[in-house]
Structures are given as C-alpha cells and as structure tokens.
Design a binder for this molecule. Structure first.
Ligand SMILES: [Zn+2]
Ligand SMILES: [Zn+2]
Ligand SMILES: [Zn+2]
Ligand SMILES: [Zn+2]
Ligand SMILES: [Zn+2]
Ligand SMILES: [Zn+2]
Ligand SMILES: [Zn+2]
Ligand SMILES: [Zn+2]
Length: 320
C-alpha cells in the first residue's frame, strides 16, 4: 500500500510527490463506472472532512472523487492493491475482493468482526479474511501506560501462556486466535481495538468503539476558526474525556471530532460548526486556518509488500 506524504503550506504548494499523484483514476473497485478525480478536499465539507466510501473512516486529506455520485475515497484506498502479502499469513498471497454483498456474515480473521467494508482481502485456499483496517492500519508495536514495555501485535496465541486471555483494558476474556497486543515479560494482553494509539492518555474500550485505534488515522487535526457564538478562537481536535460535554448539544465529546477553545472550557462537536456559524465580514478569512495536511507517517510499511505497488513505484513515487 502506498503511503503518500504531503505538506500543504498555507494553501497551495504541493510537494513533488503530490503533483505526481495521477489527476484521475478509472475502473476502481467499489466505483468502476465513473472516473474518480483527484481533489484537494471535498467541496462543501467543512474542514474538508469526508467519510471514505471504502474504509468508512473519516479523512480530510487528498481525495479521489466522483462528484456526480458524491463518492469519495482517501488516497490510501484509491490505490488498494489487487494482491498483498501479509506477515500474518506469510505463505499465501491475499487477494482483494468485493465484500459488499456476499460476505456480510463473514468475520475478519484478525478482529472477529463481520466484514462491513465493500473491500476485503482473502486467501482462497485457507478461507482467511482480513478487513482493510486490520490489514493496513494496526501498528506492529505500541506502548501503553499500563505496561513499561512495548506491546507487540500478535497473530497467534503466545507460547506457554499460563491461562486464558483477558484484555487488560476492558477485562473481557478474548480468543487468542484473533490478533492482540501482548507483552511477554508481564504476560499482559489487550484487544487491538482497546489499545489507544491516537492519544496515549485515552483509555478506549473495545466493546464500545471497535475502530478506536485507527479511527482518526486519516484526519489531520489542528487549524482554527472563529465562530459567532464564541469570543475566542476554536481549534479542531480529537475529543478526549477531559473535554467533557458539548456546549451545544450536551453529549459527550470523547472519541469525536470537536472544536475546542484553548482559553476557556468551551467545546462543541465538529458537526455543529458549519460555514454559516463562522464569523463573517471583511476579516473573515483571517479567522479561518485549515489544518496542514500531511499523510500520517504510519504504519504498515514493513509488513505489507505489494507487488503491484512496487512495480508502480517509479510512477507514483510511493514511499517504501
Ligand atoms: Zn479509505
Ligand atoms: Zn460516480
Ligand atoms: Zn479486522
Ligand atoms: Zn492461505
Ligand atoms: Zn479489551
Ligand atoms: Zn510488560
Ligand atoms: Zn454536540
Ligand atoms: Zn473560549
């Protein structure tokens, strides 16, 4: 999978690789009949945030889209290879398949959840399935405040494990045939989805929110705006527990995209801040700073080898 890196300096300068992304792509899985065009962001989406139609994750980076159908995908999903090899299943190639209809009751071998995205990867000989998140977005190693050592992503049960497996975070027992993070010194384990990556201070629970660990992997936070309802500048950020509840709707802000004030305790859900809420008038432009878009320097580079992408490397300048 290619990981593109881009920095948008106050607007319009694209780094070289960005200029080399193809301006349009044809015949893409998930939307084969229309051409998808490269866009800097989706028109009309505040702070550029859209939901990728393939991985379903929010993103505000570069996008390939069909504006007729309002079909948008992030640059990672735009170039999902036809075949991958994955460290978790080293002997066979995994092929990209359309999972939208026939596989809705098939679980992903890594996380145990049903395949809900329209694309998955599978090995026909072993009946082995991976959803996109597990195939590409889980880091091989994480650190966690509950353990002094790094925890490694395991694809199999640990040898000589003394007992059943329990997640240190949510305390549920789990099946070690699914992937999990593990410290072999302390014999501690946790669900992949219970392991907080995005914000180290957060504690996130599997049963509540499967996608927590990578949910905001494609969202660039930062950037500020000034709205009519509040006198201070607001920053676009990921809600954590200490942000408390939304000043507009009263619901919790944890795990959501929010705008918060650094000078007082004011914070609101992102969806409540729209262009019409912004301060208008002569100086309006001065009060709106969009986040600088870089593709996250994550994640799977070493563990996924795509033959297809390797071949194309010289064209798209994908990072190794
Ligand atoms: Zn995507
Ligand atoms: Zn279309
Ligand atoms: Zn999975
Ligand atoms: Zn296989
Ligand atoms: Zn857990
Ligand atoms: Zn440890
Ligand atoms: Zn709210
Ligand atoms: Zn304030």
């Amino acid at each position: 999978m290619p990981f593109y890196m881009c920095v948008r300096h106050r607007g319009f300068v694209l780094r070289e690789w960005c200029a080399r992304l193809p301006p349009k792509i044809e015949d893409r899985p998930g939307h084969p009949n229309h051409t998808l065009f490269l866009m800097r962001n989706v028109t009309g989406k505040f702070f550029g945030v859209f939901g990728c139609k393939i991985c379903m994750l929010p993103s505000n980076g570069f996008v390939y889209g069909c504006s007729i159908c309002e079909y948008y995908v992030d640059v990672h999903c735009a170039f999902l290879p036809k075949e991958i090899t994955h460290e978790a299943h080293p002997d066979h190639l995994l092929s990209r398949i359309d999972a939208s209809s026939s596989l809705s009751e098939t679980p992903c071998n890594a996380c145990g959840y049903y395949l809900i995205n329209c694309i998955a990867f599978y090995c026909p000989s072993c009946d082995f399935y991976l959803d996109i998140e597990c195939a590409f977005l889980l880091p091989g190693m994480i650190s966690h405040k509950y353990d002094d050592h790094p925890l490694n992503l395991r694809y199999d049960p640990a040898e000589n494990h003394p007992s059943d497996y329990f997640c240190e975070i949510c305390e549920d027992e789990f099946n070690p045939e699914s992937w999990f993070y593990h410290c072999s010194f302390c014999v501690q384990s946790m669900h992949t989805a219970c392991a907080p990556l995005i914000l180290q201070c957060e504690q996130v629970v599997y049963t509540r929110y499967k996608r927590c660990i990578f949910y905001f992997a494609n969202v660039k936070f930062g950037g500020t705006c000034l709205i009519k309802d509040h006198q201070h500048r607001l920053t676009f950020t990921q809600g954590i527990k200490c942000h408390g509840r939304c000043n507009h709707c009263g619901e919790e802000l944890q795990y959501r995209m929010i705008f918060n004030c650094l000078e007082c305790k004011y914070a609101v859900h992102r969806r409540l801040v729209t262009p019409t809420a912004l301060v208008t008038g002569q100086d309006a432009a001065k009060f709106l700073h969009m986040p600088t878009i870089e593709i996250p320097s994550r994640i799977m580079k070493k563990r996924i080898l795509s033959k297809q992408i390797k071949k194309k490397k010289h064209i798209y300048n994908a990072l190794p």
